[in-house]
Design a protein around this ligand. Structure first.
Ligand code: PMP
Ligand code: GLN
Length: 382
């Protein structure tokens, strides 16, 4: 392995999931749901296979899915994209991120990202030979907001790309409108491309609304938006994602994507297209349930003695074990599966400056209520 990729040898998700399996622990580490997506969508994929849609689909994605992605964004956010030139289907959001970074970031250029950051951001920036520059979130009551001073400093170096994730993994924060507006203003002022990871765009709680960065003034023409079927439709194993944005930015991601996977898998694409058109009620119901699961896990963690941060969206809640006398989240997560029978993920591994985050642990509530209850019983012994 080349030196610049050595820090990324094993993902934290693989490490913690392996520990969960070894100790037969409830896996609240890796974020994936334990219920299936809408039945009509599952049936549509099976039908597509039965119908023989089993050869290479078009490299940019099947037309029905590109059209559905464009329609969806127009209906929800009033963002208009040409399905033929401004939408690209990818192998999950993961390939969308990699394609965007490799296609848009030259060696030696900077990429701004919010810290903590999703692990793939750091790894793909390293693959591109870019330099990451982090802007930390800072506590704001029981939630988080962007450190504005660090944000201004990061843009002052004229980065190639700002990689913005909201709703935010791992904190479950929805970036405040004024933080998004400031990021947009800085992108315009410094002529920076925004790559936005919006995979949790439908999983907001308590009546919150998602606002794509592309809808802010001056941003539509400089933003590559990323989303995925994984979290919206409970199919993390299907690996269907997409990017949308102005044709030149989509072309950059497409160029890289062609040599990463060539094309995505065929039969899942028409199924996801159908779901985007017909299953948004299922999605709202699913988000509502997820909100109830968030409540359940948050109060279980509080009962167990953790200080619990507010989760506004996503699959995740962050818990502070310091009231239990625990200060090292990494150590704590390594021993938790064996000791208690529950797996979590330490937030510090998603940061460069570990100090402010070293205690914090991320738990996923994308599990059936009975599973969360069982995890809660175990966590009381933490
Ligand atoms: N970005 C974020 C913030 C994520 O949490 C995930 C995991 N779903 C991904 C990207 C990767 O998405 P996918 O599974 O569609 O590749
Ligand atoms: N996005 C999910 C998480 O953050 C899964 C990540 C993964 O397995 N790479 O847990």
């Amino acid at each position: 392995t080349v030196p610049r990729l050595q820090p990324f040898a094993t993902t934290i998700f693989a490490e913690m999931s392996a520990l969960a399996v070894e100790h037969d622990a409830i896996n609240l580490g890796q974020g994936f749901p334990d219920t299936d997506g809408p039945a009509s969508m599952l049936a549509a994929a099976q039908q597509a296979i039965a119908d023989g849609q089993n050869q290479y689909p078009p490299g940019i994605g099947v037309p029905a899915l590109r059209a559905a992605v464009a329609r969806h964004q127009h209906d929800l956010y009033d963002l208009a994209y040409d399905p033929d030139t401004e939408v690209l289907v990818t192998v999950g959001a993961t390939e969308a991120i990699a394609g965007a970074i490799v296609g848009l970031v030259d060696a030696g250029r900077e990429v701004v990202m919010i810290e903590p950051y999703y692990d793939a951001y750091a790894a793909t920036v390293a693959m591109a030979g870019g330099i990451r520059r982090t802007v930390p979130l800072v506590p704001d009551g029981d939630g988080f907001r962007v450190d504005r001073e660090r944000l201004a400093e990061a843009f002052a170096v004229k980065p190639a790309v700002a990689l913005v994730n909201s709703p935010h993994n791992p904190t479950g924060t929805v970036l405040a409108d004024d933080d998004l507006a400031e990021i947009a203003r800085l992108c315009v002022e410094h002529d920076v491309i925004a790559v936005t990871d919006e995979v949790y765009e439908h999983l907001l709680f308590d009546g919150r609304r998602h606002r794509p960065l592309a809808t802010f003034p001056g941003m539509r023409e400089r933003t590559l938006r990323i989303s995925s079927a994984a979290k919206t439709f409970n199919v993390t194993g299907w690996k269907v994602g997409w990017v949308s944005g102005p044709a030149d930015l989509v072309a950059a991601a497409r160029t890289a994507k062609q040599y990463m996977s060539y094309v995505g898998s065929g039969p899942f694409q028409p199924a996801v297209a159908r779901a985007l058109d017909t299953e948004l009620d299922w999605v709202s119901e699913s988000a509502k349930q997820l909100g109830a699961q968030r409540d359940l896990l948050s109060s279980a963690l509080a009962d167990a003695g953790f200080a619990v941060h507010r989760s506004e969206a996503t699959y995740f809640v962050c818990a502070d074990p310091r009231p239990l006398g625990i200060t090292d989240g990494i150590e704590f997560c390594r021993e938790l599966p064996a000791r208690v029978g529950v797996a979590g993920v330490p937030v510090a591994v998603f940061t460069d400056d570990r100090e402010p985050w070293q205690h914090l642990v991320r738990f996923s509530f994308a599990k059936r209520p009975e599973v969360i209850e069982q995890a809660a019983d175990r966590l009381r012994k933490a």
